[in-house]
Design a protein around this ligand. Sequence first.
Ligand SMILES: Cc1cc2nc3c(=O)[nH]c(=O)nc-3n(C[C@H](O)[C@H](O)[C@H](O)COP(=O)(O)OP(=O)(O)OC[C@H]3O[C@@H](n4cnc5c(N)ncnc54)[C@H](O)[C@@H]3O)c2cc1C
Length: 395
Amino acid sequence: MELHHGNLFWPTTVEKARSFPELTTNMTCDVLIIGGGMSGSIMARMLADYHINTVLIEKNTIGSGSTSANTGLLQFSNDAMLIDLIDRFGKEKAVYFYKLCLKAIDELDKYNATLKEKTDFKRAESLYFASNEHHVKKLKKEYDALIEHGFNADYLDSTAIENLYSFKAPAGIYTKAEAEVNPYKFALALASHAADLGVNIFEHTEVLSHQFHNKELIFQTEKGEIRTKHVIYATGYGTQEFAKTKGALLERTYTIATEPIDQFPGWHNQSLIWETDRPYYYLRTTPDRRILIGGLDATLNKKEKLEQQGQQLLNKLHELFPSIETSIAFEWSAIFGSTKDGLPYIGKHPKYDGVYFMLGYGGNGTVYSMLGAEILKDLILYGHHPAMDITRLKR
Ligand SMILES: Cc1cc2nc3c(=O)[nH]c(=O)nc-3n(C[C@H](O)[C@H](O)[C@H](O)COP(=O)(O)OP(=O)(O)OC[C@H]3O[C@@H](n4cnc5c(N)ncnc54)[C@H](O)[C@@H]3O)c2cc1C
């Protein structure tokens, strides 16, 4: 599966990534992580804190999958609104899940503080605006639910938005608990730190086949075999090729990064921006003063020309910020995975003991990966996490 196509921005921000050897011998471990993207790297970093004998293998290089196409917005509000989750799971579970997402941003912040390399992690504010008048009622209901359950948020009416931004929108929710990051640097730095703390990491090492025996799971790679008690599949959207999850949906999405810009007039605090439409446009700025804008999600068989989609994204950017003059420096398309109910698939295989999946599908993938690492660490160590029911694979 070609996870991305085109001219990616983040890999150009790293001069020389740390490299790891290929596996050429047999090994045993307590936990094998398959996949060295954001999910695998966070998981490895967390397990290192618990002194668990962990091996991570990546078939290409660390962070080279969807992680390098990710736009790096870290938000606690999900593709599924809190009020939708309340309808689906009831107040207690839904609010608990939203609080876990909020906490996951703080946890990412804490991990970031332990890293040697700079990852451009920065706390950020976020505007979630109503794409049209019909969405205002639901957005206001969402705001009321956030306030009722103790989340900090401001409700902006159309005048307030016009005072802060150069575009018009009928209403918006403004929050201040978010963050932004260079996801490629972040995954590399987390993996590197995990390796320094004792995790064995191998690149260019692909799992080719497996056998699940009673208390031992055996994985074959080209030049070595790994025996482990637990395995975590952190294999991203490609997982759908060998272990299909019923509620998962893969689409194609598009992103551009502009040339650097001097100023961002009409862009309050350079906040993260997204909207209530589905699919939605989303925007952020970068430390080297570019704008990233993404969207235009479409079915996988609808392969649009990258240049056309890039131009459409640039037009949208100019529509929102007419006084910003810029052009496209990088444009890419990527496969994007979401789920029918907006929640990730994180948990135990329903049939095989010791087999876990960490699939942070959805626009909040990184936050879900952080939350997923916490859930799987607890499942491995204690057999239980209070959120395991919400994110379980069979639902
Ligand atoms: C365009 C775009 C924008 C996004 N924007 C955001 C955003 O703003 N914020 C956010 O939080 N999330 C965002 N996401 C989602 C985010 O990218 C994903 O959640 C995240 O990258 C998932 O990381 P991962 O580690 O699960 O997957 P990946 O990064 O794809 O890593 C999986 C790894 O597994 C490896 N692998 C697969 N099979 C094997 C095997 N058999 N043996 C060994 N290795 C294997 C692959 O090579 C790959 O490197 C975005 C995604 C896209 C595509």
